[in-house]
Write a protein that binds this ligand. Structure first.
Ligand code: HEM
Length: 407
């Protein structure tokens, strides 16, 4: 049976369900040696509490491509979305299986192709320069750049006025933290996740009503048009899709910028290489994702009996696919713990996921992060006291602050 929600993260539940302790400060600082030690016993393991944990690159890729592994109706974050006025469970499509997942994803995928998002490049450059101009010579990179830039860009795309994006920071953080399994959350955090989803949904219900009355050139207006065309999209689906795009896109892009810049500032040789090879920014960002991915893990449920690697998985078992471990699998990458922007990768990293749920926003995230990191790399920045501080939480790995000074 699924674990019940403890009043506070139950150390007992955590130690039975997970092979690591996400609340250990040393783990938060550097989880990679811990993953490596666990994977020494094999790329797939089962914890005493019955969680199947996948650490190998090939095994995690296989699990993400396996149609017998998905969300189902079981014990997952998807359970906590509540119900719509007709009593049907409300879910974002990231937590759905085909065919509903396929239908909803295809309605928005056109807005995120590489060709379409390329139009946002001048805007990303302009916003980055604007934020840098007001940052001064000593600033917190998270507050000054990493948070506002994705918020402003996503706001543009969706048609959310700039001054409304402020409130999305807190809501997105609550939703991001809520991706952690419930046994690793307090009751208050579960309630905050639900509250943030409701506030987001409420916000987009109102915005959709405004765009219905007065369409504009933005994604919310386009979805409103699809909803009005017929039976392809209900209003609830429209609203939860908008909430998904902002909440998934915002926090992960923020933390990709932060984790990527921290890795570069700690490796001045790599930073110098990037400065000398600005045309290699595309591959450099992929290596930064491999090296320290903001989405460290993905949850799934076995929909039927299946096999991953050599391990039989039983229907209904909960699975944790540790992307951060797969991205440093020594079976796939030479010297996996070395940041090497010029690396010739034999395999794609899994930082954007894999298979049918592969990150829909990847082209936009790549564009935004290439612009920001490319620009920041030109500056003579150094980490300032008191140094970086990691966020709490398990699924999303990122920084709460990264103080820097310009030389
Ligand atoms: C999945 C949007 C940035 C990592 C998704 C999905 C959406 C999305 C809609 C669900 C896809 C599906 O279920 O079919 C966005 C947007 C972004 C963004 C709009 C920013 C513009 C990022 C970044 C990362 C990331 C920066 C990490 C480097 C992932 C991962 C998944 C995913 C790992 C797969 C989740 C799973 O399989 O359960 N994204 N994303 N995303 N995204 Fe993104």
């Amino acid at each position: 049976p699924p674990p019940t929600i403890p009043a506070d993260p139950g150390q007992y539940a955590i130690s039975r369900m997970l092979p690591f302790n996400p609340f250990d400060p040393a783990f938060r600082e550097d989880p990679y040696p811990v993953y490596r030690r666990i994977a020494e016993n094999g790329p797939v393991m089962r914890t005493p509490g019955g969680m199947v944990v996948v650490l190998g690159h090939r095994e995690a890729s296989d699990a993400l491509r396996d149609p017998l592994i998905g969300w189902g109706d079981g014990q997952s974050v998807a359970e906590h979305f509540g119900r719509d006025p007709e009593g049907r469970p409300v879910r974002q499509f990231i937590f759905m299986d085909p065919p509903d997942h396929t239908r909803l994803r295809s309605l928005v995928s056109g807005a995120f192709t590489t060709r379409v998002v390329e139009r946002l490049r001048p805007r990303a450059v302009e916003l980055t320069d604007r934020l840098l101009a007001s940052a001064g010579s000593s600033f917190d990179l998270m507050d000054a750049i990493a948070h506002p830039l994705p918020a402003l860009l996503l706001g543009d795309l969706m048609g959310v006025p700039e001054d409304n994006m402020d409130r999305f920071r807190g809501w997105s953080a609550a939703i991001g933290r809520g991706l952690d399994p419930d046994f690793a959350l307090t009751r208050a955090q579960v309630a905050q996740r639900q509250g943030a989803r409701e506030q987001f949904n409420h916000y987009f219900t109102e915005l959709a009503a405004r765009r219905r009355a007065e369409p504009a050139d933005d994604l919310v207006s386009k979805l409103v048009a699809v909803e009005q065309e017929g039976d392809r999209l209900t209003e609830t689906e429209l609203v939860t899709t908008c909430t998904l795009l902002v909440s998934a896109g915002y926090a992960l892009t923020v933390h990709l910028i932060g984790n990527g810049m921290l890795a570069l500032l700690r490796e001045p040789g790599q930073l110098a290489w990037l400065r000398a090879n600005p045309d290699r920014i595309g591959a450099a960002v992929e290596e930064l994702i491999r090296y320290d991915a903001p989405a460290q893990m993905i949850s799934r449920t076995a929909l039927s009996d299946t096999v991953i690697g050599d391990t039989p998985i039983r229907r209904g078992e909960s699975m944790l696919l540790v992307l951060g471990a797969a991205n440093r699998d020594p079976a796939v990458y030479d010297e996996p713990d070395r940041l090497d922007l010029a690396r010739r990768t034999p395999a794609r990293h899994l930082g954007f996921g894999h298979g049918i749920h592969f990150c829909l926003g990847a082209p936009l995230a790549r564009l935004a992060v290439q612009v920001v990191i490319g620009r920041l790399a030109e500056l003579d920045l150094a980490i300032a006291d008191p140094g970086p501080r990691h966020t709490e939480g398990m699924v999303i790995r990122g920084l709460a602050s990264l103080p820097v000074v310009a030389g």
